[in-house]
Write a protein that binds this ligand. Structure first.
Ligand code: C2E
Ligand code: MG
Ligand code: MG
Length: 315
């Protein structure tokens, strides 16, 4: 008072906004109110309303990005990525609206919708094309609670997808957050028969002893390491170390964000199992990605990429 407000109602409201910001920053700090915060809070509120509306009115869609096995050049899985064509702002990237969905709890219905859509699609591919590929769904740390296992079980029962063809991707930073009792939840998920993958591996703070106790089948090497191959020798050493570690722990390794034939060649040479990235395909609507799944295309895109990266000698 007096610069921020002239009455108790306004001052309390702004104090609350400042407190919210302090909590968001991790707590254990003080925070004065700034006018920008109201703008940000209003934007968040508007986005929250729009997410709710989109959930009720079929406003979201799912795109799929192929995951290619290096052994035989075939598509073995598809990562499901949520897309949102906002009525006013156009196409919004998930990194813009997922955090709001997380803060507001809307990530639970949104995450479940993506999972249901992806499982239904995978089941359809299995039944109509006779190709048993896995579908990977991103799970936010905010979804890891007692409601997740029943939700996954219900989706599997409703769609009829065999659980081993559903993979849940959980980020490394979220798995390493011991406070959420995550191991317990992961074990329960695993007992449903689904696969678990650690997403964005290398960006969190895994301890080796913790990693070996995790009921996890796959590691996804974060794009930030793949990006600078072959220029950055440190990144290349890190990738080799991750591959050795994961294989010693009997985990499969997927490299994310593979864009060039050089990156593909390097990863193949060092025994990476599966790759995903623009080199093979961008994330696309189901109808488009389906073309890649049909017998000819399925092998040709991958084979072409592998041949281009002069892998014939190494594989
Ligand atoms: P992520 O799970 O690590 O997904 C990979 C991201 O990298 C995707 O971005 C994908 O489009 C992008 N990508 C794939 N290959 C390449 C490449 O070769 N080059 C480059 N530059 N990028 C590539 P997208 O779709 O924007 O998603 C960003 C993040 O948002 C995801 O990272 C994931 O953490 C989150 N996300 C997306 N969909 C969902 C969802 O349904 N639920 C949750 N909880 N999170 C989601
Ligand atoms: Mg992912
Ligand atoms: Mg990732």
């Amino acid at each position: 008072y007096p610069q921020d407000g002239h009455d108790v109602t306004a001052l309390m409201k702004y104090a609350d906004v400042a407190m919210f910001q302090a909590k968001k920053d991790g707590g254990n700090k003080y925070q004065f109110y700034l006018a920008d915060m109201t703008v940000a809070a209003n934007q968040r509120l508007a986005l929250e309303t729009d997410i709710r509306h989109a959930l009720e009115n079929d406003g979201f869609s799912v795109h799929y990005q192929p995951q290619v096995c290096l052994e035989n050049g075939r598509i073995v899985g598809m990562e499901a990525l949520v897309r949102w064509q906002h009525p006013q702002h156009g196409s919004l990237p998930p990194t813009m609206f997922i955090p709001v969905a997380e803060e507001t709890g809307l990530i639970e219905p949104l995450g479940e919708w993506v999972m249901r859509t992806a499982c239904k699609q995978a089941k359809k591919w299995h039944d109509t094309l006779g190709i048993n590929i896995t579908v990977s769904v991103n799970v936010s740390g905010h979804q890891i609670n007692d409601r997740l296992v029943p939700a996954v079980r219900a989706v599997l029962a409703d769609t009829g997808l065999d659980p081993r063809y559903l993979e849940l991707e959980i980020t490394e930073s979220c798995i390493m957050d011991h406070t959420s009792g995550s191991i317990n939840h992961l074990n329960r998920l695993r007992s449903l028969g689904v696969q678990l993958a650690i997403d964005d591996f290398g960006t969190g703070y895994s301890t080796m002893s913790y990693l070996k106790r995790l009921p996890v089948d796959k590691l996804k090497i974060d794009r930030s390491f793949v990006m600078d191959v072959p220029q950055d020798s440190n990144d290349m050493e890190i990738i080799k170390a991750i591959l050795a570690l994961a294989h010693a722990l009997k985990m499969t390794v997927i490299a994310e964000g593979v864009e060039t034939t050089e990156q593909c060649a390097f990863l193949a040479e060092h025994g990476c199992d599966v790759m995903q990235g623009y080199l093979f395909s961008r994330p696309c609507p189901a109808e488009e990605v389906e073309l890649l799944l049909t017998a000819d295309n399925r092998t040709s895109i991958a084979r072409e990429a592998l041949i281009n990266s002069s892998l014939r000698g190494t594989k």
